[in-house]
Write a protein that binds this ligand. Structure first.
Ligand code: PGA
Length: 250
């Protein structure tokens, strides 16, 4: 069965609640005819107003992070139940900015993934290598390790619900996109490692996005690749360009 493409915006720490509502209103008509799954992953404080704004449209809302405990004394953290109650369906985890600035480990991401799946959130699990790792020739080893640790203890049935985002760190926010061939090569390697952990069925079902300076100009070539099932879009998700990306096939 063909995998439905999924294009998700990652708004990062960019919009106040009132600005987020304005952006959502601008984007609603621009994405209304999309054949892909459209997701806005927004700052936690923006989730409720954005969910209200996009009600009745084809837009799904996600968080940008969650904590792996159910509740308790974790000042500043957001639980899966909080995200769900606010109306989020998806949640990003393991973004390289969270790994880098907030010291998240692969083990943390594994706990977050299991918690999201237990609670019924749809996870978007990020992985990606730095420029140094690519130059050292360990890109594939690194990504395989990130995926293997993230999916420890996750059943095949649950793994099929996960979206993986391959985001080379050197391409994020830099304007330097991986070539379509480079992105495809790694997305295929990710599908292969999922096949090794689970089976061909699971590998064929799981959706793998590319992220890193994807924009209206380069999306078509990237999304034409057989193992690239969508995009995780940062900078271009804050602009009307996002509408062009979700309509890349028109
Ligand atoms: P970018 O960000 O599109 O601005 O490179 C992508 C991401 O970090 O998810």
């Amino acid at each position: 069965m063909a995998r439905k493409k999924i294009i998700a915006g990652n708004w990062k720490m960019n919009k106040t609640p009132s600005e987020a509502v304005e952006l959502a209103k601008t984007l609603i008509p621009l994405v209304a005819d999309a054949d892909v799954d459209v997701v806005f992953c927004v700052p936690a404080i923006d989730i409720v107003p954005v969910v209200e704004t996009v009600q009745g449209t084809n837009i799904h809302v996600g968080g940008e992070n969650l904590y792996f405990e159910d509740k308790g004394a974790y000042t500043g953290e957001i639980s899966a139940d909080m995200l769900l109650d606010a109306g989020a369906e998806y949640v990003i985890m393991g973004h390289s900015e969270r790994r880098g600035y907030f010291h998240e480990t692969d083990e943390d991401i594994n706990r977050k993934l299991k918690k999201a799946l237990e609670k019924g959130l749809k996870p978007i699990v990020c992985c990606g290598e730095s420029l140094a790792q690519r130059e050292q020739g360990i890109c594939f080893d690194w990504i395989r390790m990130q995926i293997k640790i993230a999916f420890q203890g996750v059943s095949a049935e649950d793994a099929k619900k996960v979206v993986i985002a391959y985001e080379p760190i050197w391409a994020i926010g830099t304007g330097k996109t991986a070539t379509a061939d480079q992105a495809e090569e790694v997305c295929k390697a990710i599908r292969d490692v999922i096949g090794e952990i689970y089976d061909t069925d699971t590998a064929e079902a799981i959706r793998i996005q590319y992220g890193g300076s994807m924009n209206a100009g380069n999306c078509r070539e990237l999304l034409a690749k057989p193992d690239i099932d969508g995009g995780l879009i940062g900078g271009a998700s804050l602009k009307p360009d996002f509408g062009k990306i979700v309509n890349y096939d028109k």
